[in-house]
Design a binder for this molecule. Structure first.
Ligand code: SAH
Ligand code: ZN
Ligand code: ZN
Ligand code: ZN
Ligand code: ZN
Length: 513
């Protein structure tokens, strides 16, 4: 999911363009036998390269896979940098210190104790985002503590916990009830019995609620998420602390085996993966991870099923379509607009300000997926799929061409349908926004030279800043010798008054933008 302040157009440009021919930071995909990457608290780091006007710099560097903000994880190492034994030891110690205070097992034991307590003794510290056992009360006496935590509340952790709002690293945008219910109904209509939820805590929760309410709804869910707070509420077989940008299981082999068993159960039949990654993230590492999960599922298949694909729902903005299909050519985009609770921009039409740009990409044939007519979808018998009401079939394109839910217009010169706001420009010889400049690259974006946006909305603004910062920091560090790696890891207690204040400011900024 996108960060609200980031500006949709910027992400849109990035989504469709990628970094080729532009400037910023690109991830270097592994080619040939992999050199093991150095580790940060979030598992193996990724190799990045700075790109300036389409040209890669020669010196590449490792940085955190999960945190796009150096405030969250400041790992930096040049690819060719040799570290002294002392520095490696310091790094290892730091990585250990950053791990969650409790092991997965300890969390489960605490939970089992917690649910045995009488209602009046079941407390949740809102400051520390933690379920409290009587022994902990003293430590949290000054904090805001919620009492009488009911079984119903325990079953809805995504409502008990506040959504993380760290813009760049792991902003959490939770599904609106309507979208979440739609997904659960769809999964059950399609006959799935197991759902691998990758970064979808609220969907995981609703699947489990549905299953416990209706014994016939024989459907299981396993959540993989980097948000460690969820480990307080789930047994080891229904939650793994996981980084989806490098396929890292924080609890090692035990957790990996949980995931493997889940995918391979019943020879891999009846399982689907549903993912809603933060879309400030890079598509490439996500695609690599998903391919690893697919491979894990495939290992459990019988020979005669070898041409089958693991069914997947990848929830992402529509303008990433070409990038996603580059990695997964069998994926198609549904017109369904996914709505979020805590994201005003993406709430459904009438209540939110804009329509949601978030869609579902899937390898399930689109004709099997029924979209709700009462929410403005209709079946196109020519395309054999459900589309938005406004997405009218174009007889020239022979498709329902709209991507954004509005009616698009056919341009006979471009021989395709284009956004309603575009007009054909005889100088550029294609359709574009009316106030575009026809003078070629010089007039494009100051940062990357692309024509379709200005500096202020350049998708590479953040990444190019990060690159410069990274390089500056590295220079600083030389004089500072070893004073690196000082960030806190994923701990449960990281809310503070200032954090909450920042959150309010951000919300304000975002609502007023
Ligand atoms: N719409 C979903 C939530 C999507 S928000 C729902 O309602 O269920 C993105 C989710 O991905 C969050 O739960 C966040 O904690 C998780 N996430 C962010 N970065 C991650 C990473 N590197 N690895 C795994 N999960 C991550
Ligand atoms: Zn990290
Ligand atoms: Zn507390
Ligand atoms: Zn057309
Ligand atoms: Zn045109």
């Amino acid at each position: 999911m996108a960060a609200p302040g980031d500006g949709l157009e910027a992400v849109e440009a990035e989504g469709s363009a990628g970094l080729r021919g532009t400037s910023g930071i690109a991830v270097v995909l592994p080619s040939g036998p992999a050199v093991p990457a150095p580790l940060c608290p979030h598992g193996p780091t990724l190799l990045f390269v700075k790109v300036t006007q389409g040209k890669e710099e020669t010196r590449r560097f490792y940085a955190c896979s999960a945190c796009r903000d150096r405030k969250d994880c400041n790992f930096f190492q040049w690819e060719d940098e040799k570290l002294s034994g002392a520095r490696l030891a310091a790094r290892e110690a730091h990585n250990r210190r950053c791990q969650p205070p409790l092991s997965r097992r300890q969390c489960v034991e605490r939970y089992l104790k917690f649910i045995k307590l009488p209602l009046t003794q079941r407390k949740f510290c809102q400051r520390c985002q933690q379920l409290l056992l009587p022994d902990d009360w003293g430590q949290h006496s000054e904090h805001q503590v919620l009492g009488d935590v009911s079984v119903t509340q325990l079953r809805k952790p995504s409502q008990l916990l506040y959504p993380l709002e760290n813009k760049k690293t792991n902003a959490q945008y939770l599904f609106a009830d309507r979208s979440c219910q739609f997904l659960v109904d769809l999964l059950s209509t399609l006959g799935f019995r197991r759902v691998l939820c990758v970064g979808t805590p609220r969907l995981h929760e609703l699947i489990r609620l549905t299953a416990s309410a209706d014994r016939n709804a024989n459907i299981k869910s396993l959540l993989l998420d980097i948000d460690f707070r969820y480990s307080q509420f789930y047994m080891e077989d229904s939650f793994c602390h996981y980084n989806m940008f490098n396929h890292h299981f924080f609890d090692g082999k035990t957790a990996l085996e949980v995931c493997r068993a889940f995918l391979q159960e019943d020879k891999g039949k009846g399982v689907i993966m549903v993912t809603d990654p933060p879309f400030g993230g890079l598509v490439e590492p996500l695609a690599i991870t998903f391919k690893k999960l697919i491979a894990m599922w495939k290992e459990g298949q019988s020979q005669d099923d070898s041409d089958k694909e693991l069914p997947i729902f990848w929830i992402f903005p529509y303008f990433f379509e070409s990038r996603i299909c580059q990695f997964f050519p069998s994926f198609r985009m549904l017109d369904y607009q996914v709505d979020y609770d805590n994201h005003a921009l993406y709430k459904h039409g009438k209540t939110g300000r804009k329509q949601s740009p978030v869609r579902i990409f899937t390898n399930i044939p689109l004709n099997k997926i029924i979209l709700p007519t009462e929410e403005g979808y209709r079946f196109c018998s020519l395309c054999q799929r459900y589309v938005s009401l406004e997405n009218q079939h174009c007889e020239h394109c022979n498709s329902c061409p709209s991507k954004d839910g509005r009616k698009w217009n056919h341009c006979f010169l471009c021989k395709k349908c284009v956004k309603p706001s575009w007009i054909h420009c005889s100088i550029c010889n294609h359709c574009a926004v009316p106030d575009h400049s026809c003078q070629g690259p010089k007039d494009g974006c100051f940062i990357c030279g692309e024509l379709d946006h200005k500096r202020s909305t350049c998708p590479n603004i953040a990444t190019s800043k990060r690159a410069n910062k990274a390089v500056r920091k590295q220079k600083q560090r030389k004089s500072n010798n070893m004073k690196m790696e000082t960030t806190k890891g994923q701990s449960m207690n990281h809310t503070s008054a200032t954090r909450r204040k920042k959150r309010r400011e951000r919300a304000h900024q975002y609502l007023c933008s």
